[in-house]
Design a protein around this ligand. Structure first.
Ligand code: IMP
Ligand code: MG
Length: 448
């Protein structure tokens, strides 16, 4: 059996973690292929909320192997905290048993975090992601496989230290890194993770050849892609379909399904253009932020909010070719009188239906909206009851009130992508799958 991909179709935080949590019980491997702990995935199981930054969201399925793949930049100290939290919750220590770190992944060191703290333009998460990728592209970075060789070579250590301290000076960061610190850090990583560091591309390839199902977990979202996003207000990796297999160490021919995850509205953290942005302190923008709890998982920053943008969504679809769309947080729009969907932009008096290249141009785009009647707010329990009924009676979207279903149909029509699942609350059960679609699977008991 082949591989499926889950990708963010907006600016991140679309609810990928929940979709992955639903698919993981049907997969024997869940693989992160890019990014690092700039990502934040939230999984809600009843009263328990799990926040993950690097551990694949498939962790909640005990039979699922987990890979931090070749294309990632990994902060070993943050990983340790995540693993400890998972141990506290589940009593499981998966590292080296079902959780593996790619030898080819790059190490995020304290230097990278310090360097990232100087960012004043992009509004990064400050986790050292860009600096770690920069070192990789400059071919001076340290991958997990490289650690023993660096530790054994004083010259390599010296040259790393002088480069790091020089660069910190350049961006006016006061702290410096010592030889002792770097050595101790690298040695700690080896001691802590040597059982888990593996040639994971080979392992995943072998699993595919054995007929196993692989789930590739994207992080961030299409508009944050280094090549195709709102540059320079982007992250530093390729987040789309094309990098999913590459960053996992397998080839694109294995892909069967590629799911794009989109909220029923848009949010963004950090700087950069978002044409449908609303004000945060009143009206529908405030409603989305408050009802949708729109605060960053990683940084706690309030997220900017706006109406769903079909132009941005179609731009994401152009390069990632979604076979199915998952619309999340539709419940959040409940209680608004009107729901708007952006179907075009006006730029310098011209009507356009594509996403411009320059961030300045995107920022000047005036959205053209179509307006739909809103639907009433329901309680979490009422939404879950609707989803339960959809499953019990096997009626898919027919369980939704007409006003809700109309929005789903409209998104499907405008985007040209089949909507395979609709999220109507944070709980694992609060989703309605399209009848006969890829998410219409027999309910699996979470193994955790
Ligand atoms: P970096 O990835 O930390 O370099 O940050 C670059 C931009 O991407 C900033 O605007 C961040 O807020 C944004 N960003 C990075 N990761 C995520 C994510 O997982 N969700 C949402 N925004 C993100
Ligand atoms: Mg997130």
């Amino acid at each position: 059996m082949p591989a499926s991909i889950v990708l963010g179709a907006q600016w991140g935080d679309e609810g990928k973690g929940k979709a992955i949590d639903q698919l993981a019980p049907h997969s024997s491997w869940a693989v992160r292929f890019q990014g690092g702990n700039n990502a934040g995935h939230t999984i809600v199981l009843g009263n328990t909320t799990i926040k993950l930054h690097q551990i694949p969201s498939g962790v909640t399925s005990m039979d699922c192997n987990l890979v931090l793949g070749d294309g990632m930049v990994i902060d070993p100290w943050v990983l340790e905290e995540e693993l400890d939290r998972w141990y506290g919750l589940s009593g499981e220590r998966p590292e080296g048993k079902r959780l593996f770190i790619s030898e080819r992944a790059s190490v995020i060191l304290p230097f990278h975090r310090l360097y990232d703290s100087a960012d004043k333009v992009v509004g990064t998460t400050g986790r050292g992601i860009g600096p770690a990728y920069r070192d990789r592209i400059e071919r001076v970075g340290i991958r997990f496989a490289d650690i023993p060789g660096v530790l054994a070579d004083e010259k390599k250590i010296e040259s790393q230290i002088s480069r790091m301290n020089h660069q910190l000076n350049t961006v006016k960061v006061d702290q410096q890194i010592s030889v002792g610190d770097l050595k101790a850090n690298l040695q700690w990583i080896l001691d802590r993770y040597s059982d888990a560091i593996k040639p994971t591309g080979l392992m995943i390839d072998m699993a595919l050849r054995n007929g196993e199902q692989i789930l590739l977990e994207g992080a961030q979202g299409a508009m944050l892609d280094i090549d195709q996003g709102t540059y320079p207000f982007v992250t530093s990796s390729v987040v789309g379909r094309a990098n999913a297999t590459h960053g996992a160490g397998i080839h694109p021919g294995w892909i069967e399904e590629c799911f794009g995850i989109t909220k029923a509205y848009v949010t963004r953290v950090g700087n950069g253009p978002m044409p449908t942005e609303l004000v945060l302190d009143a009206g529908p923008g405030e409603h989305m932020a408050r009802i949708g709890h729109e605060y960053g998982t990683t940084t706690g920053r309030p997220r900017r909010t706006g109406w769903l943008d079909i132009i941005a969504l179609k731009d994401a679809h152009r390069t990632s070719g979604y076979t199915g769309l998952v619309v999340t947080k539709l419940d959040v729009l409940g209680g608004l009188d009107e729901i708007k969907i952006c179907v075009g932009y006006e730029l310098d008096g011209k009507h356009i239906t594509y996403f411009p290249t320059l961030a300045e141009d995107i920022a000047r785009c005036i959205p053209i909206y179509e307006t739909h009647q809103g639907f009433p707010a329901l309680s979490d329990e009422e939404w879950i009851a609707m989803a339960d009924r959809s499953r019990a009676e096997e009626i898919g979207y027919a369980a939704m009130p007409e006003g809700v279903r109309n929005i789903v149909k409209r998104i499907e029509y405008l985007s040209g992508i089949p909507v395979v699942s609709v999220g109507i609350g944070p709980d694992r059960r609060a989703s309605i799958a399209k009848k006969g679609g890829a998410f219409d699977n027999p309910e699996t008991k979470a193994s955790f």
